[in-house]
Design a protein around this ligand. Structure first.
Ligand code: SF4
Length: 316
């Protein structure tokens, strides 16, 4: 059964005031290969209870992730720190936009507690963009990593960070906190940045990933893009080359899904065979780990994939 997560009908409180006056974009019917599990299991309910009890936000819910039924059944939730309100307004993203509140100083402990309660052997922590903060939220990321290490010594930690608005010292702060894997998504090809990710700069994001490896050559790095936004195949291959030039280990490629009529339209549903072909090319270009499928998301199966990534490096 396909679950359609769509906020189109919620006109009472627009999550994205900056998009409210934009013209509606056409909504394409999802193809048969976009099939997801309904969020109805007891595991799902338990995950939800632990998330709520700790007052946390998850990107699973805020981004309307299609995999939530599958992931939460297994108690795999991806925490979204520093509030539920983002200072950017990307054309693809369902996270609420506006002026965020002050940081919750107890959040690192709450994330650590929820990680413990969920029994996570691998935890993924992401955040909204906090361009309003002097360090973009880097110190808060570091505090969350530290709190998880203290509470769950055997849990591996993956961070999926924003670009910190290119603020000096931010990447260094997070790397020094020693996450096991540092993820920063490019999201799309450079020609689409102005329309899809206008607050970011493509080469600044590449440079961020390269900088992680300069500071700690042993740290695993990861990045991802969505396809179906109107990009050309050659542009995707160029992104792969740019990421390899920055020594990125792990690439994810997934289908873009349109959260509402006010978001960027899906230009094409890429068939599963094309994802397989892209994965083959990406491996040939030297990535140690590639996940490419219509429902691939940065944090989907992140624990299993991280184990494979470590094994691939060990084998080399
Ligand atoms: S793929 Fe990631 S964001 Fe989506 S439900 Fe799973 S853990 Fe959450």
């Amino acid at each position: 059964m396909a679950v359609i997560i769509d906020n189109v009908l919620d006109a009472r409180a627009p999550r994205h005031p900056e998009k409210a006056h934009r013209p509606d974009q056409p909504v394409m019917r999802k193809p048969d290969w976009i099939r997801v599990k309904a969020p109805v299991s007891s595991g799902y309910a338990q995950t939800q209870q632990i998330v709520r009890a700790n007052g946390l936000h998850t990107v699973c819910e805020e981004a309307g992730c299609p995999n939530i039924g599958e992931c939460w059944e297994k108690k795999h939730a991806t925490f979204m720190i520093m509030g539920d309100t983002c200072t950017r307004a990307c054309a693809f993203c369902n996270v609420k936009t506006g002026l965020p509140g002050a940081l919750d100083q107890a959040e690192p402990d709450h994330v650590a507690e929820a990680t413990f309660k969920l029994g996570l052997s691998h935890v993924v922590v992401t955040s909204v963009d906090r361009d309003d903060l002097a360090d973009g939220g880097a110190a808060h990321f570091a505090a969350v990593i530290g709190a998880i290490r203290a509470r769950c010594a055997n849990t591996t930690i993956e961070v999926l960070t924003p670009d910190f608005l290119r603020k000096e010292g931010a990447v260094e702060t997070v790397v020094r906190a020693r996450p096991d894997i540092f993820n920063h998504n490019l999201e799309t090809v450079p020609s689409k940045y102005l329309t899809v990710r206008p607050g970011a700069r493509y080469f600044a994001s590449i440079r961020l990933l390269q900088r992680v490896k300069e500071i700690d050559p042993r740290m695993f790095t990861k990045s991802g893009i969505m396809v179906g936004l109107g990009e050309e195949r050659d542009e995707v291959l160029q992104v792969m080359d740019d990421l390899r030039a920055a020594d990125v280990d792990f690439l994810t490629i997934g289908q873009y899904l349109q959260p509402s009529r006010k978001h960027h339209a899906v230009m094409r549903f890429v068939p599963p065979d094309e994802f397989k072909a892209l994965a083959t090319i990406a491996y040939a270009k030297g990535f140690s780990m590639v996940s490419a499928s219509p429902l691939t998301r940065s944090s989907h199966h992140a624990g299993e994939d991280f184990a494979r990534l470590r094994a691939a490096r060990a084998a080399r």
